[in-house]
Design a protein around this ligand. Sequence first.
Ligand code: PGA
Length: 251
Amino acid sequence: MKRRAFIGGNWKMNGSSQTLLELTREISAQLNDAIEADIAVFPSYVYLETVRSAMGNLLKLGAQNVSEHEKGAYTGEISAGMLVDIGCQYVLVGHSERRHLYHETPALVAEKFERALANNLKPVLCVGETKEEREKGRTESVILAQLQPVIDKTGIDSLRRAVLAYEPVWAIGTGLSATPLQAQSVHQFIRRQIAELDQSIAETLRIVYGGSVKPDNAKDLFAQADIDGGLVGGASLKAKDFAAICSSALV
Ligand code: PGA
């Protein structure tokens, strides 16, 4: 079964109001209806409104993080309700930079996932192993340890409203993408795990690949049976490259 692709541009802590406005306009101008994908960009919080005001109707908006709390005395935090209020449809949860640099635990990621869904914000749940974990043959167990707390907390059904991103940490920002076959084998593993719990969710769940996706490797990655698009960092900051990656979803 062919699933509709999802492609996300994770802009991380980059850009200014001027450059992101231009980037948004340029990307929007290069997209067209023929691209069969949901395409979302994830600017930093402070530019969400700027980007929203400039994006055409083919782009969707997402945030890079969200509080696990609904509201209240949490200085510096941003709630899921606020993100929806200003037009976000998606939010990244469990990105490896949050897990590793900001010590977000699997339990906290599960709370954020739950909070997003409770506010009708679609979580893009990121999972992936480090180089060391891969070398020790622990890729699958690491991914399960990241996935299981989310399923335990919110139930398998919650995955109907989410996107999964497999992002091997060693491939993020390194220029060293996983090969299409390496990525496919992990995607297949994840889908099989989900299928053991619910076959129909496994068939419809979009599992996208992230980690040095570029215009020249996107097509081969997206052509794999269990890869349903990509989460793109560096290359999403160049309109031409990001548009080319999105066009690879045409296959
Ligand atoms: P990259 O980042 O494309 O620059 O490797 C991907 C990500 O962090 O989502």
